[in-house]
Design a protein around this ligand. Structure first.
Ligand SMILES: [Zn+2]
Ligand SMILES: [Zn+2]
Length: 436
């Protein structure tokens, strides 16, 4: 059994891992590089890179498995040879399809983009070619195989690819429907964490899952996003509590957040309720993801993920909003719409809650790659950062590694260059197994 990390050991995102036997192989994630990571690549270069990977080490049985639907894990799916089956959790498939359906509409000639709220970088090419690209991606995603998230206290079913078995285990992260994977091949057991954390509403299952299922592991492949960041990871509940205080202090509140982070959206919703404010959206993608979350999760989460935002069709605040105040949830692409909604409102009554990674506006490379977050902040006099990471903090990483206690090796992926798992507070014999 061979493990090859094609990409992702010395960078965050762009992950591609291959596990192979004499007859079979599986890839874990086929991720696009995040903006600001490495030299930007063209779609043709991405295609060539993926085709190059599939041209080597060919096997009779092949498949790709996705831990979750963030683009740094799934973004190269369209370049996977069409005869290779691709697998993802049901929720990840549905939200990704919704995204590309809207992008397809957005990029069709003569359509309008203002309400959709999913604009792309115009420098990439004309709309027609974007539309074609999204059509191709959509078709590929439609053909994805899925696994269902098992009910609590039920063991998930393994999926067989030749002589390799892959079993998905649900985990908490800042995307919807995320998984860790157990890969069994040639009598060895590999645990791949994907992206994960413990400090979200869904994170309480982390250690029980690890202790119950990540047993007799030979090799652990673990993400290390937070290795180089000393951030204190507050719990989502605390995010929500701080938001509620801010929402009570200002009449008009805009919250900048991600449309696929179900837990953050729940934090915002709960905070608005505490502050006795209605919450509004005008982004169709956000409306779609919230309706998917509500349909799939409202009852199993006892209402935590039950979303009923007020949808603004026009980009003007209505009389009720003006009178009673509001919480408006926005994505980074909606600055023009937000400016319209807030037109005439005195800046002293207006607050932006910035609920995203601060690197998007602090890191010059990130700002160069995508200036939207910085521009968004600059439109407000009052801004407060209320956020917590989607990734395990150093303490959680150490506890997970120690609990799994792999026999042979520990491989760090999804981490900044120069950072090491050896810097964690773990026993020396485990430090000696770190392969970087
Ligand atoms: Zn990632
Ligand atoms: Zn992720």
């Amino acid at each position: 059994m061979d493990i090859k990390i094609h990409r992702g050991q010395e960078q965050i995102g762009g992950c591609i891992t291959e596990v192979s036997t004499a007859t079979s192989r599986v890839f874990i994630d086929m991720g696009q590089n995040l903006p600001g990571v490495g030299e930007p690549t063209t779609p043709d270069e991405d295609r060539e890179m993926v085709e190059g990977i599939f041209a080597q080490n060919r096997k009779e049985h092949e498949a790709v498995f996705y831990t979750h639907s963030h683009v740094d894990h799934i973004g190269l799916l369209q370049y996977v040879p069409s005869h290779v089956p691709q697998f993802i959790g049901e929720g990840g498939k549905e939200t990704t399809m919704a995204k590309h359906e809207l992008l397809l509409k957005t990029n069709k000639p003569k359509s309008t983009t203002s309400e959709v709220g999913l604009k792309e970088d115009d420098s990439q090419g004309p709309r027609e070619s974007h539309a074609q690209e999204h059509q191709v991606i959509l078709q590929r995603i439609q053909g994805f195989n899925t696994w269902e998230r098992p009910k609590p206290h039920t063991a998930p079913r393994p999926i067989e690819v030749g002589d390799i078995r892959v079993t998905p285990y649900f985990c908490c992260h800042s995307a919807y429907d995320c998984y860790m994977l157990l890969i069994e091949a040639d009598g060895k057991r590999i645990w791949h964490t994907g992206d994960f954390r413990e400090h979200g509403y869904l994170g309480k299952g982390l250690m029980p899952t690890i202790k119950h299922y990540a047993t007799d592991i030979d090799t652990l492949i673990i993400e290390g996003t937070m290795l180089g960041r000393a951030d204190q990871c507050i719990h989502e509940r605390e995010v929500s509590r701080r938001m509620a205080l801010a929402m009570e202090a200002f009449k008009y509140v805009v919250v900048l957040a991600s449309a696929t982070d179900i837990e953050r959206l729940a934090s915002i919703k709960q905070a608005a309720r505490l502050a006795k404010k209605d919450y509004y959206i005008s982004n169709r993608y956000l409306r779609k993801t919230m309706s998917i979350f509500t349909r799939r999760e409202a009852s199993v989460s006892k209402g935590l993920f039950d979303f009923h935002p007020k949808f603004l069709r026009s980009s003007d605040a209505n009389a009720t909003m003006r009178k009673r105040g509001f919480v408006f949830i926005s994505t980074a692409s909606q600055l023009a719409c937000v400016k319209n909604i807030c037109k005439g409102i005195d800046q002293s009554e207006l607050l932006l809650i910035y609920s995203a990674w601060d690197g998007y506006y602090k890191d010059p490379e990130q700002v160069k790659a995508n200036p939207r977050y910085k521009l968004f902040r600059e439109a407000f006099d009052n801004v407060v950062d209320i956020h917590t990471s989607g990734h395990a903090d150093r303490d959680t990483l150490a506890r997970v590694i120690t609990a799994i206690n792999p026999r042979e090796s520990i491989i760090g992926i999804h981490k900044d260059p120069g950072t090491t798992l050896k810097s964690l507070d773990i026993p020396d014999d485990l430090k000696a197994k770190v392969k970087e």
